[in-house]
Design a protein. Sequence first.
Length: 402
Amino acid sequence: MPGAKNSVLKLMAACLMADGDFTLTNVPDIADVVTMSDLLSAIGLRIDHDTAHGKLTITNPGGLSLVAPYELVERIRASINVLGPLLGRFGEVRIALPGGDDFGSRPIDMHLNGLMQMGAEFTIRHGDVHAFAEQLHGADITLDFPSVGATENLITAAVFAKGATTIDNAAREPEIVDLCNMLVAMGASIEGIGSTTISIHGVERNALRPTTHAVIPDRVQAATYIAAAAITGSEVLVRGALPEHMEMLLRRFDDMGITVEPQHNGVLVVGPEKLKSIDVVTLPFPGVATDYKPLVVTLLAVGDGVGIVTENLYPGRFRYVDELGRLGANIRTDGHHAVVRGVPRLSGAPVRAPDIRAGAALVVAGLVAEGETVVSDVHHIDRGYDDLVGRLASLGADITRV
């Protein structure tokens, strides 16, 4: 299983925190890695991407620019992850407000509020955030919500803060753990990794060293291939998938009649003759992640009965439902809820991918839709999937890229 998009981009940003040569392995060949490479190159890093071996060699020569340009920042939301490393290490950074997928407002207030508790000052003008902090200091921070991005930025900033920082109600996602493990290998002092309370004891600004780190497998890519096997009633071994990273999702898949058995090298998936409809709620980790939801809705679209899916994280993230409707799905949305009435079969039609995960879900739907399904705007899918078409074709899917 390729490395996780939601981890590798943050690990790349962490390479701003020490001079020297870093090596990241199990790096996915996705568009967002290219975009983040362009952004970090503009700041001053040198990056070599060996796509054949899934390896990034990142050299931090020092003398970095403290400006993250808008034309690169607006392409991916993970660009905000340069804020903590640059502010913590250099005391100043100017970054455009980030872009990324279009599924509702995701403000960075929690990032800024936490950093202000650590002594940072901010001005926001003309779409840029300008941050100053001659020397950050430790603080006791409680997040209103376990935001992944805020947790990551506060951790990386706190690594260089004077004294101890505690983050309560911290995000617990596997990608947070991956970042913390790399920072510890670099010389950071972090306790409570993987828990809701993370403690960071600050080190000197030049105390970290470069390291070699393997990116964790992508749990959302893994879930996509599990869903593909489930919706087609197939038996598939998803190599490299880590069941402990998607325990709640697999529990709900079991409720739908999908058999997922852990193996020494991944998980074995056996799809049922007919999927059962269930109710699903998205929650922060260890709950069912919002990134899984388009896949769940797609499975319920051909399930037996009626399922209700509740989105608790991003209210605008049902914009793909109309596209599933073009394939014959019976889905009604009301605010944070989608009511999915299973139909016997879907029918092929032209559809458009509105974002990364919804685009992949439409491809999964197309696997069982009668006739031909054409998915356009696949550049969204390229941002997060490493050869989705080739991998599905290798499993026997009649799928081509045009």
